[in-house]
Design a protein around this ligand. Structure first.
Ligand code: FES
Length: 492
């Protein structure tokens, strides 16, 4: 399934790396964060090369709702309580400036990407106090937020926190325009970084500065990002003939619905869950059923899903990759707010690489040591990883191959090994290991997407074991397809 962003856009096609090369700066990853970082680095005169394992904007950028906003649910009260007013103000300023920077780039380059300034709202169905607290917190650090009961939503609320002059756009039209002028090498997977050298199958790229913008960082050590991030999935539909909401909306708390318009369509999303924890499926059904009640005359025109990296304290990791890698940088963990997060990252990293002081950088430092706000989420991530590793070793498969119906999947035993089996509509069994190719946790079936997903750090694989979402760098072993008659001869 494709999001509405794919449909009218032709992204530029670029060559792959076929020999050794030198650059001042290398950016790994051609999603929104990578393209923006490369744009700003190239603007400051650095010979910049982007390496992309697949194609430009071919990953999670396609799933975004493309809200360009500094309003990130109920974050400012939480930030002031956890980090103090100064750092909360850094976070706000970075994101407010990110909105202005989008406008500047779009205006300067005449980019036609349906950019519109709109207000953003976080609403509550039953608790005006949490909304008022967020309004107060945002005002304290310089955002002109206001409490309102007037929204464009199809139901009443207890109140909403409104941020004025935020924005929305078409992300792939924007990326397509910027990518034209950049040196990008597609189908070139960075496999290893050794000092200033990035090794790929097509050659080595030597760069004085390296930015890792691969959604989930692919180098486990140093950095240890696998200890401090998990991933979440969410689901979206685009409805025609639904009344416009004229703004961007998110429900307070993060488990509710998201709304925005795009031309004659309403984009409605929600049904969030940790990646790897959707064994019963039905997430699209939740959105469709609720959307149908709110907008009975509407027609669905597209559906798609998104995947986001979630940090321990709700703040992205932007800055030096690790204390031991002075010229290597990272931009990750945008916690569902990847448009402003990517631009803030690009501006901060461009300053750091140029040796300029950036006044917002502290709060985003990947090496921040504010332990308390992170402790609870660290413990919960660690418990999830231990449980998924233990499942891989100790969980005994309960199903047999014969019990798996067409269009469904399960975990069975074969030759003393646990394998995941998806049975396609023609009866063929698609067999892969259930051991994640990243760090070995047990994968779980996602019936909404027909994928094998990892609860530990969110890698995803298709039914034949190919990687469709990192941090895993390689596919699953197994990748065997057996017809019905072949299945009778195998040991299951
Ligand atoms: Fe890390 Fe699966 S994504 S073990």
């Amino acid at each position: 399934m494709k999001s509405i962003w794919n449909q009218p856009v032709q992204l530029p096609q670029k060559n792959r790396l076929t020999s050794n090369m030198r650059a001042d700066a290398a950016v790994i990853g051609a999603g929104m964060a990578g393209i923006l970082a490369a744009t700003l680095l190239a603007q400051q005169g650095l010979k910049t090369v982007v390496l992309e394992a697949k194609t430009i904007a071919g990953g999670v950028t396609q799933g975004t709702t493309a809200k360009i906003t500094s309003q990130h649910n109920l974050i400012y009260k939480k930030l002031i309580d956890a980090f103090g007013e100064e750092k909360a103000a850094q976070y706000a300023a970075a994101n407010q400036n990110a909105i202005a920077k989008y406008k500047e780039i779009i205006d300067q380059n005449g980019i036609d990407c349906d950019f519109e300034q709109k207000n953003a709202f976080v609403y509550s169905l039953d608790d005006p106090k949490i909304i008022q607290s967020e309004v107060n917190a945002a005002q304290r650090i310089g955002i002109p937020a206001a409490f309102t009961e007037k929204t464009g939503l199809p139901f009443g609320t207890a109140g909403a926190c409104m941020f004025p002059d935020q924005a929305q756009f078409h992300p792939l039209k924007f990326i397509a325009a910027l990518a034209e002028g950049l040196t990008i090498l597609e189908h070139t997977m960075a496999k290893e970084i050794d000092g200033k050298e990035i090794h790929t199958d097509g050659g080595t790229l030597h760069a004085d500065f390296i930015v890792v913008a691969t959604h989930y960082p692919f180098i486990n050590m140093p950095g240890y990002y696998f200890l401090k991030m998990h991933q979440q999935r969410s689901y979206f539909i685009a409805l025609e003939n639904a009344s416009p909401v004229d703004g961007m909306y998110i429900e307070a708390g993060g488990d509710g619905f998201s709304f925005r318009d795009y031309k004659n369509l309403l984009l409605l999303g929600g049904a969030n869950h940790r990646t790897g924890e959707n064994k019963d499926g039905g997430k699209y059904d939740i959105i469709r059923k609720t959307g149908g009640e709110w907008y009975p005359g509407a027609t669905e025109k597209a559906f798609w899903s998104a995947q986001d990296c979630m940090t321990l304290d709700g703040v992205p990791y932007i800055g030096r990759y690790a204390l031991t890698t002075p010229d290597m940088y990272v931009a990750t963990g945008f916690n569902k707010w990847g448009m402003t997060g990517s631009m803030a990252a690009a501006m901060i990293l461009a300053d750091m690489i140029a040796g300029r002081k950036n006044e917002w950088a502290d709060v985003f430092s990947p090496q921040r040591m504010d332990i308390l706000p992170s402790a609870k989420n660290f413990a919960s991530n660690a418990a999830e990883t231990v449980s998924a590793l233990a499942d891989e070793i100790f969980m005994v498969p309960k199903e047999t191959l014969a019990q798996i119906k067409e269009g469904d999947a399960g975990i069975v035993e074969s030759h003393g090994e646990k394998v995941g089996v998806f049975r396609s509509e023609d009866g063929q069994a698609h067999i892969v290991t259930t051991k994640c190719a990243h760090l070995g946790c047990q994968l779980a079936w996602n019936p909404d997407e027909n994928t094998w997903d990892c609860p530990c750090h969110g890698s995803r694989f298709d039914t034949d074991g190919n990687v469709i979402g990192n941090p895993a760098m390689k596919g699953l072993w197994g990748n065997k397809k057996l017809s019905r008659s072949q299945q009778n001869k195998e040991v299951f």
